[in-house]
Unconditional design. Structure first.
Length: 79
């Protein structure tokens, strides 16, 4: 007997200032390891807010322009 216990994927983008690292990676279709490595190397700057490292909207815009990134299509691409 097989059961389908597919759990819905956790929504990573919440309204508010900036992106979490996993949220940014998911929003732009990038591997999370790449984002974490770029933060560690100082290529992406983050701010600590509420116990999380966030990528500010201006930093996200800079990264998108630098690498010609486009948000993935879907319900979370409204920002």
């Amino acid at each position: 007997m097989t059961t389908n216990n597919a759990t819905p994927q956790k929504r990573r983008r919440r309204p508010g200032p900036g992106f979490t690292l996993p949220g940014f990676a998911e929003h732009y279709g990038l591997p999370i390891g790449m984002i974490r490595r770029a933060v560690k190397n100082g290529e992406i700057t983050t701010v600590a807010f509420g116990g999380r490292n966030l990528i500010t909207p201006s930093e996200a815009e800079r990264i998108c322009q630098l690498f010609s990134l486009k948000a993935r299509d879907g319900p979370e691409s409204d920002s």
